[in-house]
Write a new protein. Structure first.
Length: 176
């Protein structure tokens, strides 16, 4: 009898070992071995097929939800990045436009300054020519003739002439 019990025991172990080999894929998904730590000799009852399929569906749902949250987060992040980039581009365009406007205004001012300097140089040349004409045409007899004939001027009478004395403190020196 003892022998029969030993055979039955060894047969039961073989059956359990065979079940373990057949269900090894399922066992791997339910057990985790840490390094060289061995599993305990008691084998837990594996869940039935319906329960495993339900767990697989629930895991798939959780994975999809997690992926959806990741996608939403990535979409938000993408939108935020797009807002940052577009803001940066607009600011850069604004600064660049301002810089171009500033440079154009400087250029136009330089042109107007150049035109004014040319006008000043022309006026100085005209004034120098007029001064030269005045200096060469200063003939006292000619001036008297023009004053008497063209402007109807007359000589002053003795009663129209007034003499006055200048005090030395009222004297001004003329600077040219």
């Amino acid at each position: 009898m003892v022998l029969l019990e030993a055979v039955e025991e060894s047969f039961a172990e073989m059956v359990m070992t065979r079940k373990r080999c057949v269900n090894m894929r399922e066992i791997r998904s339910y057990y985790y071995t840490d390094g060289s730590a061995a599993l305990s000799p008691e084998i837990e009852q594996l869940p039935d097929r319906e329960q495993r399929e339900r767990e697989i569906r629930e895991e798939e749902k959780r994975r999809r939800k997690k992926q959806t949250r990741k996608n939403v987060r990535a979409l938000r992040s993408g939108r935020l990045t797009a807002v940052y980039v577009s803001t940066f581009v607009l600011l850069f365009a604004g600064f660049f436009g301002g810089y171009v406007h500033y440079e154009t205004s400087i250029s136009s001012r330089m042109k107007s300054i150049s035109a004014l300097e040319k006008e000043i140089a022309d006026m100085k040349a005209y004034n120098a020519a007029a001064q030269s004409r005045i200096d060469t045409n200063t003939d006292i007899n000619r001036i008297k003739k023009i004053a008497l004939k063209d402007y109807d001027m007359v000589y002053a009478n003795s009663g129209q002439i007034v003499y006055y004395d200048i005090a030395p403190e009222d004297y001004m020196s003329q600077i040219q």
